[in-house]
Design a protein around this ligand. Structure first.
Ligand code: MN
Ligand code: MN
Length: 462
């Protein structure tokens, strides 16, 4: 009979932290890697900015623009910029395209407050911008925090003006009022989700009247005068704008040990950044594609979302150029749908099922399925694909964990996985566990980020 202790080691699964498995040298590398990530976060607060930042990184590594119909060959490093809002970067491998593409797909949009088409108004001497929230937010979290305005204004002459106010230390910032506790006693009795309503998320935009004009709407006039002076625009130009309020804070280390990073928009730049850097750093015989998608937070809709035909169009065009059968290319492609998962949070034990929940510091997460209410809305990766990934990760010593999103029927969620799986591509959700996902300031662990980067490289090469 075998010794019980030995049998335990052989038979039982024990989750371990990256610290325990890999030790201090590897942790030091993770800390280094996180520095680049923090810079990426600070210059990529909207999908458009993430596209710009990513293209700059790609061009520094020798990538050049690709247009549909271009001839491609092995060794090419290319990117397709989809309307400045989503990005498809790829390296053409030496191996036949019919052996499949290794796809790393993440998203670069995050929950935020979009401006309404007619946003500027004045009430009791205060000027405001009206917003319409984008994605799943807890509205009360967006009051009384420093906010910045990012985006573009499309003018009638066809010009696209970039806007970024509130990131430079000398810039003004914006703000959403809340009621003082002394007078908020009735409001405090309301459920969290109801106390602050969408129509209360109005940005404090100014309080000084236009000089010499002190009647109604003189503060509004002054705000429009400042915008006109700065950007040459009038009120109606805001109808063709994409402006949004995002937290003005920069990414910072959290905790005395500096092991965690706090930031706006970890979901899903914490997967976008390692996807991009893994693709540019790895030397693979396969064709590798990194997708940075828009609109995931509102269902992957539209021509910049993952449901857009553009992904398939690119595969069709690459197949044509390389003499491959597109259906075979898709059948043999594999995808990591790179998105965040909810880290087990000891402050909110009630909604998690500890045995089956990703934990902070325990490495990259492989989620076989997501979804809600009986797995609705998930593509559910196959056992064969999951076991393939497990084996290549173990072979390279990647610290990984599995799990699902919280307790059954506690809620749920989806990712871009199903839209890619629908194209007959093996797809699984992989990513970084996050604390306080969708909050204005989220938290991740540096070692989880680094294991994710390493996992993406292993996937791209294997
Ligand atoms: Mn996400
Ligand atoms: Mn999300």
């Amino acid at each position: 009979m075998k010794d019980a202790k030995q049998l335990k080691e052989e038979l039982l699964y024990t989750k371990k932290t990256v610290y325990e498995v890999l030790g201090d040298d590897e942790v030091a590398k993770a800390y280094d890697y996180a520095e680049g990530y923090k810079s990426y976060l600070d210059t990529s607060k909207t999908e458009r900015e993430a596209v710009d930042t990513s293209i700059a990184m790609l061009e520094a590594k020798g990538f050049r623009p690709y247009a549909l119909g271009d001839t491609v060959k092995a060794g090419d490093k290319l990117y397709y910029n989809n309307r400045g809002k989503s990005l498809y970067a790829f390296t053409i491998g030496t191996e036949s395209l019919e052996k499949g593409i290794r796809v790393l797909a993440s998203h670069i949009d995050s929950p935020r407050l979009d401006f309404k088409p007619c946003p500027v108004y004045e009430d009791c001497g205060i000027g405001f911008f009206k917003t319409h929230y984008y994605g799943g937010i807890k509205k009360y979290q967006w009051t009384t925090i420093p906010l910045a305005i990012h985006g573009v204004i499309g003018t009638k002459s066809g010009e696209t003006i970039k806007v970024c106010i509130g990131e430079d230390d000398n810039d003004p910032i914006f703000y959403i009022n809340d009621i003082l506790p002394h007078l908020g006693q009735e409001l405090a009795k309301k459920p969290l989700g109801e106390a602050i309503e969408g129509e209360m998320l109005n940005l404090f935009a100014g309080s000084r009247p236009y000089s010499g004009e002190y009647g109604a709407d003189s503060v509004k006039l002054n705000i429009l005068a400042i915008l006109n002076e700065k950007y040459g625009i009038t009120e109606v130009d805001l109808m063709s704008a994409e402006l949004c309020a995002v937290p003005a804070a920069k990414a910072r280390d959290i905790g005395l040990d500096r092991a965690a990073v706090g930031s706006y928009g970890h979901d899903d730049r914490v997967c976008a950044y390692p996807s991009l850097t893994a693709m540019t750093d790895v030397d693979s015989a396969h064709t590798v594609m990194c997708i940075l998608a828009d609109k995931e937070e509102i269902g992957s809709e539209g021509n910049s979302g993952m449901q857009s035909e553009i992904f398939r169009d690119i595969i069709v065009e690459l197949s044509k150029s390389l003499g491959a059968d597109e259906a075979i290319v898709r059948r043999n492609s594999m995808c990591l749908s790179a998105d965040v998962s909810a880290a087990y949070d000891p402050n909110f034990k009630g909604v998690f099922e500890k045995r089956n929940n990703p934990e902070l510091s325990c490495g990259v997460v492989l989620l076989k399925y997501t979804g809600a209410r009986g797995k609705s809305g998930t593509s559910d990766a196959s056992s064969e694909y999951m076991s393939y990934l497990r084996s290549i990760m173990d072979k390279e010593g990647i610290v990984w964990q599995s799990g699902e999103l919280g307790k059954i029927d506690a809620g749920g969620g989806g990712t871009v996985a199903k839209f890619i799986a629908n194209l007959n591509i093996d797809t699984i959700d992989v990513g970084v566990p996050v604390i306080a996902m969708h909050a204005p300031y989220e938290l991740i662990s540096k070692v989880d980020l680094y294991e994710t980067y390493k996992a993406f490289k292993v996937f791209a090469k294997a």
